[in-house]
Design a protein around this ligand. Structure first.
Ligand SMILES: NC(=O)c1ccc[n+]([C@@H]2O[C@H](COP(=O)([O-])OP(=O)(O)OC[C@H]3O[C@@H](n4cnc5c(N)ncnc54)[C@H](OP(=O)(O)O)[C@@H]3O)[C@@H](O)[C@H]2O)c1
Length: 340
């Protein structure tokens, strides 16, 4: 009998996740009941938010229970259907999690047309990360022509789109990324005006040189040392969409807010806007996003890079790598063949 595979949260990580926090299990391939479809995963999306789901600290979403299947967005093929809305061989965007097969009652499944774009883009540039960049930058950052936009994790799924959209809107885009290869790609391939290495001990001075008129929009993906370099350069009325704080996801204790007073003073005197957001807050913009981003991708104005790990069993290692910058582009796991 063919078996399905799934990856379970074995224990809640303390600090950096480790291999023993995950467990891979074999199980029978489930049989769809009335109204259900059976999905076979092709692409599994790995995203930094999954670190939050592994923890039971209070957050905007419910954690994965210990013993539960790790959550994820996936691109799947319908391989059996008892649901009239879906036929065998349909390709769908689903939240099937870290497993080879899953049942669904059809709610929340979105059909994907493989003729329009590579199906993996439904969890990348034309999916959640692309939408995050689009709404965070355009709804909160609101860059204007000639302004300076800074974004870190600039070669990644969200950051790469942020800088390219900023350029489309006529702003200067300054990226921050880990290492020379990523910085060269961001500047030379993606067309950012400059890209700096966050591990460079002179980051603050180099950022100042790269932003001679200060920073108008800082798209916050990282926190930590990058924010400390950016903070003194924020202009009056600067906007800071707070999208992610990946430098802190493995923190085990709250950092004493020694510089909270300076931050609040700057918020007041420079009239800064800092606004946290979750991509789903802007669900109403999804149609605009798909229209704009698909044409920018088609026209070559937004480029994207995918970083593919082969096999579900390698998802834990790929995820641990993602939190440390081992990925170069959108982190995907190929769970099964694409026959679309
Ligand atoms: N608010 C929302 O709705 C929402 C939705 C999607 C994503 N996000 C957030 O957006 C951010 C980017 O996500 P993504 O999916 O595009 O991931 P990604 O950029 O493809 O991958 C994560 C990258 O973060 C960088 N990084 C890790 N630790 C760092 C550190 N200490 N300092 C600086 N950079 C560090 C690494 O790149 P380098 O090698 O360049 O350091 C790594 O490759 C994350 O914070 C994520 O949580 C938020």
């Amino acid at each position: 009998m063919a078996l399905a595979k799934r990856i379970i949260l074995a224990s809640r990580p303390v600090g950096e996740p480790k291999a023993s926090d995950f467990r891979i299990e074999d199980c029978p391939i489930p049989t769809p009941g009335e109204g259900q479809v059976l999905l076979r995963s092709i692409w599994l999306s790995l995203d930094p938010y999954m670190r939050g789901r592994m923890s039971d600290a209070p957050s905007y979403a419910t954690p994965v229970p210990v013993g539960g299947v790790m959550e994820a967005g996936t691109v799947c093929e319908v391989i059996a259907s008892n649901n009239p809305a879906f036929a065998k061989s349909d390709i769908v965007l689903a939240r099937a999690g870290w497993q080879t097969h899953a049942l669904s009652d059809g709610k929340g499944l979105i059909k994907i047309d493989p003729k329009l774009a590579p199906i993996s883009t439904a969890v990348g540039v034309l999916g959640m990360p692309g939408m995050t960049a689009y709404v965070g930058l355009l709804e909160i950052g609101r860059p204007e022509g000639g302004e300076t936009v800074v974004v870190a994790a600039a070669s990644g799924a969200v950051g790469s789109a942020v800088g390219q959209i900023a350029r489309i809107k006529g702003a200067r885009a300054i990226g921050i990324a880990g290492g020379k290869d990523k910085c060269d790609y961001v500047k030379n391939e993606l067309g950012f005006d400059a890209c700096l290495d966050h591990r460079d001990p002179d980051l603050a001075a180099k950022l100042k040189d790269a932003c001679p008129k200060g920073i108008d929009v800082y798209f916050e993906n990282v926190g930590g040392a990058v924010f400390e370099a950016v903070f003194p350069l924020l202009n009056a009325f600067a906007r800071v969409p707070v999208c992610g704080l990946i430098a802190h996801y493995n923190d085990t204790q709250a950092v004493a807010p020694t510089w909270a007073p300076s931050l609040m003073r700057a918020v007041l005197t420079k009239r800064l806007t800092l606004r946290g957001f979750i991509v789903t807050d802007f669900a109403a913009r999804h149609g605009d996003f798909l229209r704009d981003m698909s044409s920018w991708v088609r026209e070559g104005r937004v480029k994207y890079k995918e970083f593919v790990t082969e096999g579900l069993e390698n998802a834990p290692a790929a995820f641990m790598g993602l939190l440390k910058g081992a990925n170069f582009g959108k982190q995907l796991v190929r769970v099964g063949p694409d026959r679309s």
